[in-house]
Design a protein around this ligand. Structure first.
Ligand SMILES: CC(C)(COP(=O)(O)OP(=O)(O)OC[C@H]1O[C@@H](n2cnc3c(N)ncnc32)[C@H](O)[C@@H]1OP(=O)(O)O)[C@@H](O)C(=O)NCCC(=O)NCCS
Length: 147
């Protein structure tokens, strides 16, 4: 099976975001303020009309490396039964290509500690103190990839 990343609409990915990122969490909705940024890009992998993987990217300063051009990714989610098949890595590749178009110097995310191995495998480094994210109540760290 060959999977392709494309630019999609927020409505296409919201059911997947909620199913994967709001499973057993205090928050039940998965809207982000950044979804309305003018430069926001939602990437999706669509299979038989349904999103099976997604992430959302926008230019935003990283609190751990201020004053340099930075792109943030958020809402990284792969359908549970397809995790570990390389789809997440495809989304990161698409986001890094977008980052290069924007001439961003870093890409960063607020990463769940449970996903840290994924980000490290894709060239991100954990920086700063850990924190508990409000919507998920899960431990997180900021991760940064230098471009
Ligand atoms: C985290 C997530 C997005 C990764 O996507 P994925 O499609 O499962 O990951 P991939 O198959 O592309 O993995 C790429 C590499 O990272 C590794 N990896 C993936 N998830 C990992 C994890 N949780 N811990 C350690 N390594 C991991 C894979 O083994 C693979 O390494 P390899 O190239 O040596 O084989 C996905 O598992 C997911 O949606 N998890 C639940 C939601 C979540 O935690 N989202 C992130 C919020 S910050």
């Amino acid at each position: 099976m060959t999977y392709e990343v494309s630019r999609v609409e927020l409505a296409d990915i919201m059911p997947l975001r909620v199913a994967v990122l709001r499973k057993g969490t205090p928050a039940t909705d998965c809207n982000y303020p950044e979804d309305s940024y003018p430069d926001v890009v939602h990437f999706g992998i669509i299979h038989e009309g349904t999103a099976i993987a997604t992430s959302t990217w926008f230019m935003k300063e990283c609190p751990e490396v201020p004053n340099i051009s930075a792109i943030q990714l958020k809402g990284m989610a792969v359908a549970e039964q397809l995790q570990g098949a390389g789809l997440g890595a495809l989304l990161i590749d698409a986001g890094i290509a977008l980052a290069n178009e924007h001439q961003a110097s870093v890409a960063w995310a607020r990463a769940r500690d449970s996903a840290m191995g994924f980000y490290e495998r894709l060239g991100f480094v954990s920086t700063g103190d850990g924190f508990i994210d409000g919507p998920t109540a899960m431990p997180h760290h900021i991760v940064v990839r230098t471009l």
